[in-house]
Design a protein around this ligand. Structure first.
Ligand code: 5AD
Ligand code: SF4
Length: 429
């Protein structure tokens, strides 16, 4: 038996959905009368909201857990949450005696109960994926920053052969339309001016993502709408049209292609080809010519040859990305690709990754340079390093820094003077 914790800290790793889940867990604990620990303060409860998508994720999570032991040998109450918790389940308790409770991404509405059980000496595990939505059991949104995340859809039915998401996040489920609109209104009421709609396959949203975007665009005070992550095969005409018609929908599209080689895309079970992807990009650009395209790539998928990799470089050249993430293939336990023959040697992956990242970095810089001399609206979201300097985002999701007396949450107009690979600098116009 220990006392119920009075302070907590939630540490989120990985994707934006984990950031969102982390915020909601914090709100949930806050609603129970617990307080978020201040910077540098020892929290009595630490929630590690983990990611399982790539590389030694479980090992990393256990070493993070290990580091929670304090110098005097004591420790906070430790909750393992997120996708590693889902994948490891009860196993986690056996692997680390420091873990007091294990809660999966679809069960975290039970966190306060589980904390009470853990204080009572139990070590509860909940990795159920209940039919009843956890969202119904969460408290209302509280004060948020100018830019907020909102989960509209969770899980994935695509089963790309390299990916753990269908196993850790479960089947594709869309939240009810009215609930999402109500949450968006609450976020705007509490200070959000930009909302990013989240889903593992957000453009597969059951009610039509375009319909949802148009509904949310009607909320007064909301100025910017974004969404992520999309699957190329679900990029419907109606959504593409919305990019040309809905002013609040920002000109940015994250549309992962993963590879430019059709045989590899097939082995990945991606249900699109290089050509169909390029056709989609063309349509999107026809609807919104200034749109920034972003992507994800995997190099070194099993049996990827030099020729396959050249196709990836070709598609990058053809698209011209504003930004993109690229990763070395990492075998995920339980996924079909992990046991495929033809695993690619690490040195080969390293070399391909370096080449790909060099091309992408050059494209990002070129994209940023093209904004120099232009005047862009910037939504301030944080302080810069220098005194008086603030940082915000352009419509194309570039970080822009400028000297201004404007505070966080204000929209300012900046004339861009300087372009770096990952940011822009400018002066107030
Ligand atoms: N290995 C490497 N990268 C992966 N991703 C997903 N699973 C793996 C894996 N097993 C990448 C994909 C996806 C992004 C979120 O992470 O590019 O789009
Ligand atoms: Fe994973 Fe593919 Fe689903 Fe994306 S679409 S979450 S990569 S299975």
């Amino acid at each position: 038996m220990t006392a119920l914790p009075k302070t907590f800290r939630v540490k989120s790793f990985g994707c934006q959905m984990n950031v969102y889940d982390g915020e909601r867990m914090a709100e949930l604990l806050g609603a129970q009368g617990m307080r978020a620990a201040a910077e540098g303060e020892d929290a009595e409860l630490v929630v590690l909201n983990t990611c399982h998508i790539r590389e030694k994720a479980a090992e990393k999570a256990y070493s993070d857990v290990g580091r929670l032991r304090r110098e005097d040998g004591s420790k906070p109450m430790v909750a393992l949450a997120g996708c590693v918790a889902q994948a490891e389940g009860a196993e986690a308790k056996a692997r680390s005696g420091l873990i007091d409770l294990v809660v999966g991404p679809q069960a975290y509405h039970r966190l306060p109960d589980m904390v009470a059980e853990a204080a009572g000496g139990a070590r509860p595990v909940d990795t159920d994926m209940p039919a009843i939505s956890k969202f119904d059991a969460l408290p209302a949104r509280r004060r948020v920053g100018p830019s907020a995340f909102l989960t509209v859809q969770e899980g994935c039915d695509k089963f790309c052969t390299y990916c753990v998401v269908p196993y850790t996040r479960g089947a594709e489920i869309s939240r009810p339309f009215a609930d999402i609109v109500a949450e968006a209104e609450a976020l705007v009421d509490s200070g959000a001016r930009e909302i990013t709609l989240l889903g593992q396959n957000v453009n597969a949203y059951a009610g039509g993502l375009d319909v949802l975007i148009r509904a949310i665009a009607r909320i007064d005070g909301l100025e910017r709408i974004r969404y992520t992550t999309s699957h190329p095969a679900d990029m419907q005409d109606a959504l593409i049209t919305a990019h040309g018609e809905v002013e609040k929908l920002m000109p940015f599209l994250h549309l992962p292609v993963q590879s430019g080689s059709d045989p590899i895309l097939k082995a990945m079970n991606r249900s699109h080809t290089a050509e169909s992807y390029l056709r989609t990009i063309e349509q999107v650009r026809a609807a919104r010519p200034d749109i920034a395209i972003s992507g994800d790539f995997i190099v070194g998928f099993p049996n990827e040859t030099d020729a396959d990799f050249e196709e990836t470089l070709k598609i990058v050249e053809a698209v011209g990305y504003a930004s993109a993430y690229s990763f070395k293939y990492s075998p995920r336990p339980g996924t079909p690709a992990a046991t495929m023959d033809g695993q690619v040697a690490p040195e080969v992956m390293d070399e391909r990754l370096q080449r790909l990242q060099a091309v992408i970095a050059a494209q990002s810089l070129a994209f940023n340079r093209a904004t120099v001399g232009k005047t862009v609206p910037v939504l301030i979201d944080r302080k810069g390093r220098k005194d008086g300097q603030m940082i915000g985002k352009s419509p194309w999701l570039q970080s822009v820094f400028a000297e201004t007396g404007a505070g966080i949450g204000e929209m300012v107009t900046v004339r861009v003077e300087q372009a770096l690979p990952n940011s822009l600098g400018g002066v107030l116009a």
